[in-house]
Ligand binder design. Sequence first.
Ligand code: 3DU
Length: 213
Amino acid sequence: MEKRRRLILALDVTSRAEAKRVVDLSKDYLDAIKINWPLILAAGPDIITELAEVKDVICDLKIADIPNTNRLICEQAVGRGASAVICHGFVGEDSVKACVEAAKGQVFVVTEMSHPGGKQFTAPVADRLAALAKAAGARGIVAPATRPERIADLRKIIGSMEIISPGVGAQGGKASDALRAGADYIIVGRGIYESPDPAKAARGLAEEIEEVL
Ligand code: 3DU
């Protein structure tokens, strides 16, 4: 995955045609496309391969199972062209390690989630989840742009590992705040794909990011 634009599109649309439209309009401003269950269920898993021809694809499957099942899921995602996957850490270090092995290290572990409910269960254990991600050999963590101060806290735990950060725009976070707090990449979904002008929205974010770098 390139580290140039620092912007990852969360492509949570539910048709292949809409996915293609949004990607065509915004791709010049992106380093990667993150896809989640809505698009994979709507368009089928071949969408991973199709999009991987345009940009690096991160499969945000929030994998959270026993090691063997995690391995099987990662093999399917990577086999179809995913450059990285996202898994949960609360299932334990052995489950995360299974992802790391199957995805050859290209794994991001969810820590504190960005939505209000993320404070209930993920926030109290987020520091431990970040430490687990490091111990398991993951590439990075997912940390909340809605709480930039937590990005800074988690950065102290993981050192030079990467932080990808959702919660910008629709959830209330600001790209520049998350980057200044230590995020490497910003993840934006609705702020781009629900915009009447996705190209303009992505360009605006790219410019905001550029100013901070
Ligand atoms: O709020 P947005 O529409 O910009 O989308 C954010 C994306 O990031 C979406 O795909 C969601 O599943 C993912 N995500 C979070 O929003 C928060 C997390 O803690 C982890 C992932």
